[in-house]
Design a protein around this ligand. Structure first.
Ligand code: BG6
Length: 307
């Protein structure tokens, strides 16, 4: 059984961190400290909001039409894709991007750090359905450290007797002024798989800009990326370690309308034009082999600064 907000508050609430359930029954951790505010849904260990206090606008985008329901992924925030990225390699009935983002996680720690940041630690709770899709002894832990910056560590520990191979991503949706005017820097010269061009392999020339649907897996890149946003007059920095792929995604009009939970494609309405996904991943060529008894950590650190 999942922990209730009440039992979580009794065990883990600290100044700046409390738990609540919404009408759908999902439980959220609300964080509010001197550096920033954030919300994290325990289903999926899914961070849904983050705003540093020196930013008028959130840095993480959440769809105005986001739906909250048991077993469904929330549109926006920072979904955790694991233990595979995209469609499963052989089982078409298994969920895209794995099951970590739609199952319950357990809170295993909460701490107010000397830095003023708030840290919460969660552990994926396995069940019969997850074991049917991933019959390997594996521990998945996520730590979110919230303040003026946001750090997320995703650690996979292989408790099995044989190597495991995982695909993964922190599939973060960033809030921007307008998709047609941002640039993503840091991927210049990188090879990418273009999912809107039949998976063709190409090389990135210059900054990434978007004038239509973009769905690209950049491989063999550990580079920091920067989203340059002339409308919100800021740079959002996506620094990472333990990640050798970066995914850039925007659905654009047709796909966003078809998906139905993206909001309007007009200015200042909070919909898909105001978000871009820059995902720190290990996908395709970069799936990770974790030897028996060892651990692998994917870490991201997000920050925002004025242009
Ligand atoms: C991206 C993929 O990472 O996630 C896209 O590259 C996909 O192909 C997108 O459409 C959203 O996936 P989902 O399952 O959250 O709708």
């Amino acid at each position: 059984m999942s922990d209730t907000a009440q039992t979580l508050n009794e065990r883990f609430a600290i100044p700046g961190l409390s738990f609540r359930a919404d009408a759908s029954g999902l439980v959220f951790a609300d964080i509010d400290n001197a550096g920033g505010t954030a919300t994290l849904c325990l289903q999926g260990a899914h961070l849904t909001t983050w705003r540093p206090k020196d930013q008028a606008e959130p840095v993480v985008w959440l769809s105005p039409l986001a739906k909250y329901a048991p077993g469904k992924s929330i549109r926006g925030g920072a979904p955790v894709c694991w233990p595979w990225f995209g469609p499963h390699a052989t089982e078409s009935g298994f969920p895209g991007h794995g099951f970590a983002r739609t199952v319950d996680w357990k809170v295993i720690g909460a701490k107010a750090l000397d830095s003023g940041e708030t840290q919460i630690r969660l552990l994926l709770a396995q069940n019969d359905a997850t074991r049917a899709q991933w019959p390997r002894a594996t521990r998945l832990e996520l730590t979110a450290t919230v303040g003026k910056t946001l750090r997320i560590d995703l650690t996979t520990t292989n408790l099995d007797t044989e190597d495991i191979v995982i695909g993964e991503a922190l599939h973060t949706y960033f809030h921007i002024g307008d998709i047609g005017r941002i640039q993503v820097l840091g991927l210049e010269g990188s090879e990418f798989v273009d999912k809107v061009d039949g998976g063709a392999r190409k090389t990135q020339a210059g900054p990434v800009t978007c004038a239509g649907e973009v769905d690209r897996v950049y491989v063999n890149t550990a580079a920091e990326c920067v989203i340059v946003d002339p409308d919100l007059k800021r740079r959002v920095r996506v620094a990472k370690s333990g990640s050798n792929s970066t995914v850039v995604w925007t659905p654009w009009t047709e796909k966003a309308e078809k998906m139905g939970d993206f909001g309007p494609g007009r200015a200042n309405q909070g919909g898909w034009r105001e978000m871009v996904c820059v995902e720190s991943a290990n996908a395709l060529d970069n799936v990770v082999s974790v030897p028996a008894g060892e651990a692998h950590t994917l870490t991201v650190v997000y920050s925002a600064e004025a242009l």
